[in-house]
Design a protein around this ligand. Structure first.
Ligand code: GLU
Length: 264
């Protein structure tokens, strides 16, 4: 099985909130800069890259000096509105150090599921890629309330990958990969390096939602895998805290869990 990133030219990279922020919610600039540098390096090797980044609400919590994740919808919207600007400002700053232009793209569920909006969305993303700009996508949390919300960026990134027909999705998370059972509860849990059949997921307890700042847990990552399975696509789940994680994937080292649903 070919698991090196060298063989994929069109990649969606999803970065979770916990991969970008301190526990306080303030942006972890060291983590962010290191990820941007690795993404810039992949990009310079000639790949088309779309970034799906969480962290707006988390960054808003830090900036507004809130002590915990807001519970009411208007407060979440306010935190997202403050934090999205902060997030993009820092992405602009770090990517420009490497001569890369980025673009903010905020989506709601309708943009992906309503056919004419979806077509416009694909056209805009394709134009950005043609111009060698990296789109940085997030859900438009300020206006996307429950009925029109995707809700988590694992699902959003898989839908983006499917919509634009990219070959690979990398989910950068605070977990090492998929284990046969919850590694927080069982010391004998074993990590699964590769999954090629969806039925494998049925035998694993995906547990509940993940970290304090993000929305997703293993459940939403499995949902992302199911979306990509119908697309002949591939996905990595890796730990963003692992130093040089993207470079290691590029070199073909076995890290994290690789999902391969390509039909031979
Ligand atoms: N859109 C949310 C944000 O940027 C994150 C959703 C998620 O954690 O998946 O804060």
């Amino acid at each position: 099985m070919n698991t090196t990133l060298k063989n994929f030219n069109q990649i969606v990279i999803k970065i979770g909130s916990s991969s970008l922020t301190h526990d306080s919610g303030l942006l972890d600039l060291w983590k962010m800069e290191s990820l941007v540098k690795q993404i810039a390096n992949l990009y310079n090797s000639g790949k088309d890259i779309i970034l799906v980044s969480s962290g707006a609400i988390a960054a808003g919590i830090g900036k507004m000096k809130l002590t915990e994740k807001p519970k009411s919808i208007p407060d979440k919207q306010a935190a997202a509105a403050v934090g999205q600007g902060t997030l993009m400002h820092m992405y602009e700053k770090f990517f420009s150090e490497f001569g890369i232009t980025v673009a903010q793209v905020l989506l709601t569920k309708e943009d992906m599921y309503e056919p004419s909006r979806r077509a416009h969305c694909v056209n805009a993303l394709e134009a950005l890629i043609r111009h060698r700009v990296i789109p940085i996508i997030n859900e438009n949390d300020v206006v996307a309330i429950d009925e029109i919300k995707v809700g988590d960026n694992d699902t959003l990134s898989a839908e983006v990958c499917k919509m634009i027909h990219f070959e690979n999705l990398i989910i950068l998370s605070d977990i090492n990969g998929v284990y046969n059972k919850d590694p927080r509860k069982f010391t004998d849990a074993i990590m699964i390096p590769a999954i090629t059949k969806l039925s494998t997921l049925d035998d694993i307890d995906a547990g509940d939602a993940g970290s304090k700042v993000g929305t997703g847990g293993m459940q939403t990552k499995f949902k992302a895998a199911r979306i990509l399975a119908s697309e002949n696509s591939t996905m990595f789940i890796v730990n963003s805290a692992h130093p040089n994680i993207l470079n290691e994937l590029f070199e073909g080292k076995t890290v994290g869990t690789f999902f391969d649903f390509r039909k031979n």
